[in-house]
Write a protein that binds this ligand. Structure first.
Ligand SMILES: Cc1ncc(COP(=O)(O)O)c(C=O)c1O
Length: 424
């Protein structure tokens, strides 16, 4: 046969690294996985969710409605409550009217929102600007959809703006600006590096993108992925890019209830300017014509009863504790030459080996760590396939989300032994 039953996308899509990492962890139950982006099992709100479900299904007002299809854009009350939370979080820096629930779309996890937005804005061959490193599952979307990623150097407070400008300039010179559709930033306790982007950087990036729009011939959107915003356990909150005055028409804000409540509930959301919103709702109509009503109702009840906030406070303390366990173990077991930062939120510590040492899937470190039954995410997976630079291969993403405190201690101690045995 000389033609394929599969679409170009079907033929192009490679097995995402996330599948391989999950498979490895599942096949080897003895493995201490510091790789998974899973959340903490012990603090999942099992009892609370059972009570909420009972309430929802016992009330004549909600029972049938909940087990029926809902609207494509999502439940009206959940959309309103979500926008009210955004207003609460961005307080002091916003123009209230701009946060209308009319522009808020509820999705099946923020992952669906990211996919949907990319699908709505980008054609194969288009360019997405991303942080170096970035959320590796988003890189799989780029790969699958035939897009090109361009990596931007990441500093302590977000992307290097000079680098952003020089990338935009070189794309302009190459006549490629029209292919640039969006800048994707994970702005709070970034996965994988832990970096939080300052408001000043968000504002400057928006200004810069707008300067290049004339040459691009279309808007260039900033997609702000705020997946870890609620999982903050140190320092103050930073307003979102939506709070940057005069640029809300270029911001797409992706949030989630999954990490800060229950990952199994998989409800996320996105706020976006009207032209993008209208297209995204149409396309979501083709995906699934609406996120599960039952799961949305759980969140409506959790948010309106105050349970969500109560649970979040518990989670924040839990992750603070687990982060401390990991950083204490790192101090005790890792050679001083390995660099890492104290996390202020999120689920990860990003550790960097000295020059010349490697952490990738083919490295001695990764192989020996697996022999010692420890799995981490090799940093190389978090870099876009960008032909203009060599991706670094000496970092490890270490998650304190899912592993127990004892396993965090043990996993880091074993990794420390492997590092020392390799002469680091
Ligand atoms: C940066 C980032 N964005 C988005 C997501 C998607 O999460 P969810 O679909 O559960 O909202 C994740 C999950 O790990 C993530 O790390």
């Amino acid at each position: 046969m000389n033609s394929s039953a599969f679409s170009e996308l079907g033929r192009r899509t490679i097995d995402p690294p996330i599948s391989w990492l999950m498979k490895t962890a599942l096949e080897r139950p003895e493995l201490i996985s510091l790789a998974a982006g899973f959340t903490d099992d012990l603090s999942l709100p099992v009892r609370e969710t059972r009570t909420l479900l009972n309430q929802i299904l016992s009330s004549a007002k909600t029972a049938q409605k909940t087990l029926q299809y809902g609207a494509t854009a999502g439940d009206a009350v959940l959309r309103r409550l979500t926008v009210e939370r955004l207003i609460e979080q961005d307080v002091g820096a916003l123009e209230r009217g701009l946060y209308s629930a009319d522009n808020l779309l509820i999705t099946h996890g923020s992952q669906q929102l990211l996919y949907l937005i990319t699908e709505c804005l980008c054609d194969p061959g288009d360019i997405v600007l991303v942080e170096d490193p970035t959320y590796f599952v988003y890189l799989s979307i780029i790969q699958s959809r035939g897009l090109r990623g361009r990596g931007l150097t990441l500093a302590r407070d977000g992307i290097d703006l000079e680098h952003l400008e020089s990338v935009l300039e070189s794309l302009k010179r190459e006549g490629e600006l029209k292919r640039v559709k969006m800048l994707y930033l994970v702005t709070y306790f970034q996965n994988p590096s832990g970096v939080t982007t300052s408001l000043a950087k968000k504002a400057a990036a928006l200004k810069l993108l707008r300067r290049y729009e004339k040459d691009a011939g279309h808007p260039i959107y900033l997609v702000e992925d705020a997946a870890y915003r609620d999982l903050r356990f140190a320092g103050g909150d930073v307003p979102s890019a939506l709070a940057v005055s005069g640029h809300q028409d270029r911001v797409i804000y992706a949030g989630t209830y999954s990490k800060p409540f229950a990952t199994g509930i998989r409800v996320g959301y996105g706020w976006m300017p009207s032209p993008v919103y209208e297209v995204a709702v149409r396309v979501k109509g083709n995906h699934d014509f609406g996120t599960s009503n039952l799961l949305q109702q759980v969140l409506v009840q959790a948010l309106s009863s105050g349970l969500y906030h109560k649970h979040l406070a518990i989670l924040q303390r839990r992750y603070q504790k687990k982060a401390r366990v990991m950083t204490q173990a790192l101090r005790e077991n890792f050679p001083g030459a390995v660099e890492w930062q104290e996390p202020g939120g999120g689920l990860y510590v990003w550790a960097r080996l000295p020059q010349k040492h490697k952490s990738g899937r083919k490295s001695g470190l990764f192989r020996d760590a697996l022999k010692m039954d420890v799995l981490y995410v090799p940093g190389e997976l978090c870099y876009a396939d960008d032909p203009t630079r060599l991706p670094p291969n000496r970092e490890m993403r270490l998650s304190f989300g899912n592993a127990s405190e004892a396993n965090i201690r043990e996993g880091i101690a074993r990794l420390g032994k492997v590092l020392r045995a390799l002469g680091i």
